[in-house]
Design a protein around this ligand. Structure first.
Ligand SMILES: *Cc1c(COP(=O)(O)O)cnc(C)c1O
Length: 223
């Protein structure tokens, strides 16, 4: 199968999952995760209809963005503050902000533009993973939301790896419930939920995902 074939299959499955959940297919953004794949592959996916692309490494993002400036780029990885300048003001959404200091650095580097971000949550409490503990999210969400130049749009998570997509469901549901609680505490909506990857995006959509981050199912394995 070509990248275009795989894109069309993912698009169709996302649309079907939306219909199954009683949701409008336009309410879910497919972020095609192009990390480690060459720019030709990104062009192929864009020609097939992909509009949003996700990268994990700041330098790789900067290089690809320069080559293909007319698509929407997302930064989905853990970001070190010293790389914030490569990302801030250049992406539609920074998915994995996990500290106030990173939000402040992004704001400083965004040079007057409003940078939308998500707070990354380590729902399952895995030691090796980034993201903040659920218990810390209320304080952090309030602090990040109050940084001038930053717009906190919602939450992001990555469940523990599993062969069973249903294993992710409790994690996705917990993130959606947490979002509802934080939005009511903050007194403003947090519309975005970035959750679901190649193996479990349909479950994520059933739980309310607005951004699914899909690499392998579109571009093939990363070798
Ligand atoms: C690589 C990556 C993805 C995509 O994973 P696939 O299983 O290839 O779809 C999604 N989110 C993050 C944070 C990633 O690092």
């Amino acid at each position: 199968m070509t990248i275009a074939d795989r894109w069309r299959e993912v698009r169709a499955r996302v649309d079907a999952a939306c219909v199954g959940a009683g949701r409008d297919p336009t309410s879910v953004t497919i972020v095609a995760v192009s990390k480690t794949h060459p720019i030709e592959s990104v062009r192929e996916a864009a020609a097939a209809g992909a509009t949003d692309f996700g990268e994990n490494y700041a330098q790789e993002l900067a290089t690809k963005r320069a080559e293909l400036p007319d698509v929407r780029w997302h930064f989905i990885g853990r970001l070190q503050s010293n790389k914030a300048k490569l990302v801030a003001g250049h992406v539609a959404l920074v998915h994995a902000v996990d500290s106030v200091s990173l939000a402040q650095e992004l704001a400083k580097r965004a040079a007057g533009t409003l940078q939308p971000v998500l707070l990354s949550v380590n729902v399952a409490g895995e030691e090796t993973k980034g993201g903040v503990a659920t218990g810390e999210t209320a304080t952090l969400a309030a602090a990040i939301a109050s940084v001038p130049g930053i717009r906190l749009d919602g939450l992001m998570t990555m469940p523990p790896p599993s062969d069973d997509p249903e294993a992710s469901r409790p994690v996705f549901q917990a993130l959606a419930d947490l979002r509802d609680r934080l939005a009511s505490e903050l007194g403003r909506p947090l519309p975005a939920l970035s959750m679901g990857m190649s193996s479990d995006y349909e479950v994520a959509i059933a739980c309310g995902a607005t951004h699914v981050r899909i690499g392998t199912a579109i571009f093939g394995s990363r070798g």
